[in-house]
Write a protein that binds this ligand. Sequence first.
Ligand code: ZN
Length: 133
Amino acid sequence: MKYKFATAINCIDGRTQKPVIDFVRRKFSVDYVDMITEPGPDKILSENKKSGIVKSIKDRVTISIEKHESKVIVIVGHHDCAGNPVNEKTHQTQIKKAIQNVDNWNSGVPVFGIWLNKGWKGTFCSMVLSNIA
Ligand SMILES: [Zn+2]
């Protein structure tokens, strides 16, 4: 049997891991979620400035897509983020910008944003860009 994978660009925060895995498995009907973590990835990817870190994230995403045939990329922002201590509105804006920037990598899979709220519940960000054929 062949397993289905998704790729999450998530925070290092230990509180976010399980909620993201559960949310992504349920919403995208995948078996496993490849986890790429950085502190405050929504900030890093929306600013798109720290080129070494962005390249490192991109390299790891590429492995997940090429070797695991991941079918979707999700970018996570969350409540009470130590790496990116801004309000929810700013997180939402950053997630949307991050989606655009990652979509520009043209990885061939759709890119979604996830917001994890105070209760560690996942929701999709309002804008969903995708390059689904
Ligand atoms: Zn965080």
